[in-house]
Every structure is written in C-alpha cells, then in structure tokens.
Design a protein around this ligand. Structure first.
Ligand SMILES: C[S@@+](CC[C@H](N)C(=O)[O-])C[C@H]1O[C@@H](n2cnc3c(N)ncnc32)[C@H](O)[C@@H]1O
Length: 463
C-alpha cells in the first residue's frame, strides 16, 4: 500500500503516537514511522492511500493504536538477555530479600514491564526458582505486561523456538524446558504456574494499582522499552515505577537506559556493569493516637478495639524491623475504618493482613460490596482463585452492576480456563460501561476512566 503521507500528516501522526503510546518519533525517524504505518495499514486491511488517509483523519480506536505500536516498536527479546542483570538478581538482590521474607510472607512479586513475548518474565521466574530450593512453600508471582496483544498471546503459550535461546546459558533448556512438536520447547509447568500476562499500556494506563497488580512489587525489570519513549513519558514512567515498588524494592533497566538523572528518586547501587535502582525506605513517621483521622494507617491495630474485628497484625521480623525501625510502631488513627486499613495493607502487599482486615470490614458492614470486592482482589493476589470467584459472587449479589467485579471475574474465569463465563462477564462490564461517559471514573478503580477500561476489555476479548 502506498500511503504517500505528507509532512504535516506525519507530524500529526508522530504527536498522536507520542500521546497514546509514549513513543518518540522525531523528524529524523519519520521514514520509520511511515514504514510502520504502511505495515499497520496492511494488517488492518486498508485498500490504498485514500483509505489510509481517512483512517488517519478519524479518531483511532485502541485496537488500531496497538496494531500501530506493534509495527513501531521492536519486538526483540530472548531468555536471560543481558545476563549481567540476571546474575545481579540471583546473587545480590534475591538472597537478602529471600532471607527477609523467609520468616514472614514467603512471597515475592516481580514485574516484567514491556515483556514482549514473555522470555524475560519466564527468565525472572526461573531465577526465583533457582534461588528458592523450597519453592513450593513460597508464593512467587511474576507478572508480564505489554501493549502488543500478539506478543502476549505467544507469551501465554510458553512455547519457544531455537531463536529465543540464543545466548541462553547451557543449563536452561535441559532443566526448565521440554521438547514440543515443531522444533519448539515448552516451559516447565511449575515455571509457567508462577507467571501470568496481561495487557498494559505504560503510556496510558494507571499504575501502581491493585487492580492491575502493579502495586507492592519487589523487583521490576523494565528493559529496552524506555529508549523508545519521549522524554516526558520517560520521566512519568520512572516516577510511576518508583511508586509501584515496596520499600527496598529494585528496578532494573537496560544498561543503555540507566540514567542517573532520570532515576534520581532512587538509591543507586552498582554491581560491576549493572546499575540497580533501589527505592529507599521512606523516613518513618510515628502516628499518635490523637492524630487527625486523615492520617494513613500502616497497620491495623486500631481494629482490635472494635467488637467485630479480629485483626492481629503479624509483627515484622527483626531483620525487616531493623531496616525501617519505626514502621511497625505506627498506630492507626482513631476512626480509621477496617476497609481503609485493608486497602492500605493490600496496596503495600501485606496481603494476609489485608485479608484479615477485609473480613473485619465485611463483618462490620455485610452490605458493603466494596469490602467484598477488595477481599476478592486480595484472594486473587494470594493465589486463592476459587475464593476470589466466590467473593465476587457476593459482590454481584449485593450490586449486580459493580463494573469491576464483572471485569475481575472475566479475568479470573479466563485464568481458570472458563472462556464462556469469562466472555459473559466482560460483555456485561462493557454494557455497564456504555452507560457512562468516557472520562467518568470507574468506582473502586484507583482512578481508571470508563473509556480506558472499555478499551482494555475490548482488547482482552480480542486476545
Ligand atoms: C524490545 S522489547 C523489550 C522486551 C524485554 N523487556 C527485553 O528487554 O528483552 C520492547 C517491548 O515494549 C513494548 N512496548 C512499547 N511501548 C509500550 C507501551 N506504551 N506500553 C507497554 N509496552 C510497550 C513493545 O510492545 C515491546 O514488546
């Protein structure tokens, strides 16, 4: 197809691409932009230049923007790419983290942001498996996200060809893969069970958020994505990733992207060639019982005084306490309600405490669907999928129009292989969203707009 775009059309398109995808296309890269557009046009079925111009003139759907993204970004990845980063993960980052968590939550949360076809996410899971001889007694969650639906579909199969193993260490295939038809290799089921994938546009979607599992992360690998972003998006993403981490959590970017200036909000640790960005623990404030009710509750002890509450927050172990000594001393302010406490715990990744606080919130107000919904999300994060489904059933019993309950059920049923149920709930969520303005906020969603959620659900259905 010959689009023959003129300068002003290319200028407009590069602005659009920057806005919707965060991708930078300066004038020197307009030939690349035009090439990508031509390929996207072919995939979307445009007949010729006029058709393409009409498309450009109209508002682009999310699906069109994402097809465009797949032709404008490089989908290049392989197992244990930039092995120095994985060596640092295995030798320097995981051992102290595992030691700290061994006597507490026994859980690790990792995110491969811009995971492409999944090799990076599975490499992270394998690194965790190597560092945890007693893996079955741990809850390890590796989340891979990308904007490219085709890449995500491939990632979900866990099937890879020879090319994905270029530069991979010798032991990788023998220990963590089995041969599959068509000269492919299938990732071991126990590794696959640690990893899940979902769609997330780093330029447009909200994070951190409990709802897309981008909160309370221990490790983020965000490599070979940043370099394509505009300076404005680079800064925005860096700040958001900082918020996604727990205290002491780490971010790794590709060596070429490791800009001290851009990541100045992090503490920097150098291990040979690898620069690690660590989120320093916040200076701790000890709240007093007379603090104003707006004060954030860090732990739920105030609940103990409520008749319905049975919250007994676990004391943190000495090793963790030594790092941020006063954090455990924070007293929930008077009036802090159980649901707020549950939210805080969940956002900080203290899921067991969040679950207990949710139960207290439910016991205090059985008719509150928001408490049941939070309980469902916490169960999902704890890997208790059946409990999460049951809790969502209770939400819908209380409020059948609870949009996020339908959305979350759609995702859970998909994970459980119940495709028809999944579609039904995603369709209901779409119908409910259609009754709202695009820029209205979805209730209980951490600020996601109805328009964005609808786009994301349409993508999920297509995937
Ligand atoms: C070169 S791959 C990097 C894969 C992997 N992180 C690695 O280092 O091997 C870049 C990935 O970033 C994704 N990407 C580009 N823009 C994105 C955006 N706005 N949101 C999410 N992912 C995006 C692309 O779809 C592509 O899969």
């Amino acid at each position: 197809m010959d689009l023959a775009l003129d300068k002003s059309e290319l200028g407009e398109l590069s602005d659009l691409v920057a806005h919707r995808l965060g991708l930078a296309f300066g004038e020197d890269r307009w030939p690349d932009l035009e090439r990508g557009l031509r390929a996207a046009g072919a995939e979307l079925g445009f007949e010729g230049a006029n058709d393409g111009r009409r498309w450009l003139a109209g508002p682009l759907t999310a699906r069109q923007v994402e097809t465009l993204a797949s032709h404008l970004t490089v989908s290049e990845t392989y197992f244990f790419r930039e092995p120095g980063s994985f060596a640092v993960l295995e030798r320097e980052i995981l051992p102290p983290l595992v030691a700290r968590r061994a006597s507490t939550t026994r859980s690790l949360r990792l995110w491969s942001a811009g995971c492409c076809t999944g090799e990076e996410a599975y490499s992270l899971a394998i690194a965790c498996a190597r560092g945890l001889p007693d893996l079955p007694t741990w809850r390890v969650s590796v989340h891979g996200t990308d904007i490219n639906l085709k890449s995500l579909s491939k990632a979900e199969t866990g099937l890879y060809g020879e090319w994905s193993f270029r530069n991979a260490p010798e032991w990788l295939r023998a220990q963590y893969f089995s041969s599959a038809p068509g000269k492919k290799f299938s990732v071991a089921p126990f590794v696959k069970s640690l990893v899940h994938f979902s769609y997330l546009n780093l330029a447009e979607d909200r994070y951190p958020s409990l709802h897309n599992e981008t909160n309370a992360l221990d490790v983020i690998f965000f490599r070979n994505v940043l370099m394509y972003f505009t300076p404005e998006h680079q800064a925005r993403v860096a700040a958001a990733l900082h918020r996604c981490l727990v205290d002491d959590g780490v971010l790794l970017v590709a060596p070429a992207e490791a800009s001290s200036a851009l990541f100045s909000m992090f503490k920097q640790e150098r291990f040979g060639d690898v620069l690690v960005f660590r989120k320093a623990a916040l200076p701790v404030q000890v709240a007093v019982a007379s603090a104003p009710p707006t004060q954030v509750a860090r732990t739920p002890p105030a609940l103990a005084s409520r008749p319905a509450a049975t919250v007994h927050p676990k004391p943190r172990p000495a090793a963790e306490a030594a790092k941020s000594p006063a954090r455990q001393q924070v007293v929930a302010p008077p009036g802090a309600d159980a649901l707020a406490v549950a939210r805080t715990c969940a956002n900080e990744g203290r899921l067991e405490e969040a679950a207990v606080a949710c139960q207290a919130a439910i016991a205090a107000d059985r008719g509150n669907p928001a408490a049941q919904y939070l309980h469902a999300v916490v169960c999902r994060e704890l890997g208790q999928l059946d409990d999460a489904v049951a809790a969502l059933g209770k939400v819908l019993y209380l409020d059948q129009d609870f949009i996020l309950a339908h959305h979350t059920l759609g995702g859970l049923y998909r994970q459980l292989g119940k495709v028809r149920h999944s579609r039904r709930h995603l369709d209901i969520a779409l119908q409910l969203l259609a009754a709202h303005a695009r820029d209205e906020l979805v209730p209980e969603s951490d600020g996601m707009t109805c328009g964005r959620l609808a786009e994301s659900i349409r993508n999920q259905r297509e995937a």
